[in-house]
Write a protein that binds this ligand. Structure first.
Ligand code: ZN
Ligand code: ZN
Length: 250
C-alpha cells in the first residue's frame, strides 16, 4: 500500500471483511497530513495478529515513527499507536536500495525501490516490480518539476514502467501562482512518461477544490492534448476505487 490518506479507511474495512491477516507493507511518500491522516482509522491496524511494516523517509526534524505516533496522541485521538492491536513497525528507507517483498504466503513477490523528489519537507517516489511478470508501476506524487527540465531522477525510476502515477494538482495556467508549493501538472508528468518510455500516465493528487465536473472536463482536454503530442501514451485521471491492470492487460 502507498500512503495512508482518508482512502485507507474504506480500504481497511474491505480488507477486514475479506479476512485480512498476515503482513501489510505500507510505503509512505511523506508525512504531510493528507498522506497519513487515514491511518488512525485503518481497521486492520486494530487487529491482533496483523503485522504492519511502515516504510518511508525520516525527515530532518523527526523520525517517521514519531510523526505517525504523534498524530494519535491525546487530546487529538483517543487511542495511541501502541494500543492499536496490530504489530506495527517502522523502517526508514534509503534511496537506491531495492527492497524484496514477499507474498502473503511467504514466497518471493517482487521488489520496491524509491527515489527522493522535490517537495517541502522531502518526499519519496516508489517503484514496484512484480518478479514473476515483470509488471511495474511508479507512484510519484507531491513533487514539483523544475521548469524547462525533465526530472531525471524520476525518469530513471520510471524507466519503462507499465504505469506512472503522477502529481497533477495544478493546470499549467494555475501553476505560476503556486510555484514552490511542491506540486506539478499532468503536462510535466507526460514529459516524464515520454522520456521514461511509460505508456500509461495516471494523473493523481487533484486539487481538492475541484468539482467532479471540472475534473471530467480537465481529463477530456488532457486526453485530446496528449493524443496530439504522442498518441502512444494514454492519460487518465485517477478516481476513488479505480483499478488499473498491469502487465499487458491494462
Ligand atoms: Zn505533501
Ligand atoms: Zn499531498
Amino acid at each position: 500500500m502507498f500512503d495512508a490518506g482518508t482512502g485507507i479507511r474504506e480500504l481497511g474495512k474491505n480488507m477486514v471483511a475479506s479476512g485480512c491477516s498476515g503482513r501489510i507493507e505500507l510505503f509512505l511518500s511523506h508525512v504531510h497530513w493528507d498522506h497519513i491522516q487515514g491511518f488512525p482509522f485503518f481497521a486492520p491496524a486494530m487487529k491482533r495478529g496483523v503485522k504492519i511494516q511502515i516504510h518511508g523517509l525520516n525527515s530532518q526534524e523527526r523520525t517517521l515513527e514519531s510523526v505517525v505516533e504523534g498524530q494519535m496522541e491525546g487530546p487529538t485521538f483517543p487511542i495511541g499507536l501502541k494500543q492499536m492491536g496490530a504489530d506495527i513497525d517502522f523502517q526508514a528507507l534509503e534511496e537506491g536500495v531495492i527492497l524484496p517483498l514477499e507474498s502473503a504466503a511467504g514466497s518471493p513477490w517482487g521488489s520496491v525501490s524509491c527515489a527522493r523528489l522535490n517537495h517541502p519537507n522531502g518526499v519519496y517516489a516508489y517503484r514496484t516490480v512484480e518478479a514473476q511478470t515483470g509488471a511495474s508501476f511508479v507512484y510519484a506524487t507531491d513533487t514539483e518539476h523544475v521548469e524547462g527540465q525533465v526530472d531525471e531522477v524520476l525518469v530513471r525510476l520510471a524507466h519503462r514502467a507499465d504505469v506512472l502515477i503522477y502529481d497533477g494538482m495544478f493546470t499549467t495556467e494555475e501553476y505560476p501562482a503556486r510555484r514552490g508549493w511542491g506540486h506539478s501538472t499532468w503536462n510535466e508528468g507526460f514529459k516524464v512518461a515520454q522520456a521514461a518510455g511509460v505508456k500509461k500516465l495516471v494523473v493523481f493528487h487533484h486539487d481538492p477544490n475541484r468539482e467532479d465536473d471540472s475534473l471530467d472536463l480537465l481529463q477530456r482536454q488532457a486526453k485530446e492534448e496528449a493524443k496530439l503530442l504522442d498518441p502512444s501514451i494514454e492519460v487518465v485521471f485517477a478516481h476513488e476505487g479505480m483499478v488499473i491492470g498491469l502487465g499487458g492487460n491494462s
